[in-house]
Each structure stands twice: as C-alpha cells, then as structure tokens.
Design a protein around this ligand. Structure first.
Ligand SMILES: Nc1nc2c(ncn2[C@@H]2O[C@H](COP(=O)(O)OP(=O)(O)OP(=O)(O)O)[C@@H](O)[C@H]2O)c(=O)[nH]1
Ligand SMILES: [Mg+2]
Length: 191
C-alpha cells in the first residue's frame, strides 16, 4: 500500500556524516539550485512549510529529513550548480551515500522543466548509477511549458536516459502529485 505522505514530520537538519541517519529507508531529493526540491516535498506531504523554499537559490544548505508515515525518510538536499560549492556538495554526497549505503532506496532528481537535464544532473545520474541506486526524474514547474514543449522534453529525457523513471509536477497542477507519491512510495518501500 502507498504510504500516507500527509503523515509527515520534520526530523532533523544534518550537516554531515555524523548526523546522517541509517535507521530507515530513505529517498534523497537532489537537483540544481532552485529546481523546486523543497517545494516538491511540501507538495507531496501537503504541508506548505515542512521544508523552507525560496525564490533565492541556495536556501537549503543542510540535508533536511522528513519522516513519512513513520516508515521512511524523504531527504531534502542543498542544490547544486554553484561552482563555488562544488567541493562541499560532492563531499556531502560521498558521505551521504556511504552512511546510507544500505538504506538509500532511490534518488529523486528534481529538474526544472524549462531547463531540462543539464550536465550537473547527468553527473548526478551517473553517481547514483555507480552506487546502484535507482533514479526517478521529476520534471517540475510544468505549468511554465505548453503541451508540445513538455512532450518534447519527456521524449528527449526518455531517449537520453532510458534507465530512469520520469514523472511531472507543478504547484499549479495538484492532480499530478498522486503519481509522484506512488512512484516515490515504490522507491522507498519497493511496492
Ligand atoms: N511556477 C512554479 N514555480 C515553482 C514550482 N515549484 C517551485 N517553484 C518555485 O521555484 C522556486 C524555488 O523553489 P524551491 O523549492 O525553494 O527550490 P529548491 O530546489 O529547494 O532550491 P534550493 O534549496 O535553493 O536548492 C520558488 O520560488 C518556488 O516557488 C512550480 O511547480 N511552478
Ligand atoms: Mg531547497
């Protein structure tokens, strides 16, 4: 059965290896800064301010954990894309993947649909694949695209990255979120 995403509580902000959790399955939300990671977690849980969101990129600096339905964690990552924070982010990911080696069930790659998958996203896909962690791409802000732009993007992502899942989301289209919930639930719980 799909988890009840509305039963969500904020657990902790983790700054590094000693704070990362490995006591439950986890799904890690990554993506370029400002892609909409924190907004997506708030949409999934139906809680407007579970995670801090901002029009200013770089709001999230730590890995923020939300516990869903007392079953698994959704982990909100800082965004990448700032050259100056590259080393910080890579270290954070190395540590996270190491501490969570047995519990990390999937990576949700949050992609601003206006930008598509850029080289930093491709690096993240390769990094997850290198750790045998499945990737679900969530194309966000699809309210900003028309139907043909969106279908072109989905086709291109399917063609270029045939191994990853793809779903769409938008704050303006609440009807899309149940599909995202189902796919994230499948990653976290394997069903
Ligand atoms: N139009 C539109 N705007 C969105 C959508 N999702 C997020 N945004 C906006 O995009 C901006 C960034 O959202 P965040 O959720 O803070 O992005 P983030 O990926 O967590 O950003 P960092 O933590 O800085 O990496 C905010 O101004 C949001 O309101 C969407 O579906 N549609
Ligand atoms: Mg954020």
């Amino acid at each position: 059965m799909t988890a009840d995403f509305r039963r969500a509580v904020f657990v902790t902000s983790a700054a590094g290896a000693k704070d990362f959790r490995s006591d439950r399955p986890a799904v890690l939300f990554v993506g370029r800064s400002n892609a909409g990671k924190s907004t997506l977690i708030n949409l999934l849980t139906g809680q407007k301010s579970l995670m801090k969101t901002s029009a200013t990129p770089g709001k999230t600096r730590l890995v923020n954990y939300a516990l869903i339905d007392e079953r698994f964690y959704l982990c909100d990552c800082p965004g990448y894309g700032f050259e100056s924070q590259r080393d910080y982010f890579e270290r954070l990911m190395d540590d996270f993947f190491q501490v969570s080696a047995r519990t990390l069930k999937g990576v949700v790659l949050v992609v601003d649909a206006r930008r598509g998958i850029l080289s930093s996203d491709a690096d993240m896909i390769a990094f997850a694949a290198g750790h045998s962690v499945p990737v679900l791409a969530v194309l966000t802000k699809v309210d900003k695209l028309n139907r043909s732009q969106l279908s072109q993007l989905v086709q291109a992502v399917k063609r270029d990255y045939p191994t990853i899942g793809i779903v769409t989301s938008s704050t303006a289209k609440p009807e899309l979120i149940d599909t995202v919930r189902n796919e994230v639930s499948k990653l976290a719980l394997g069903k």
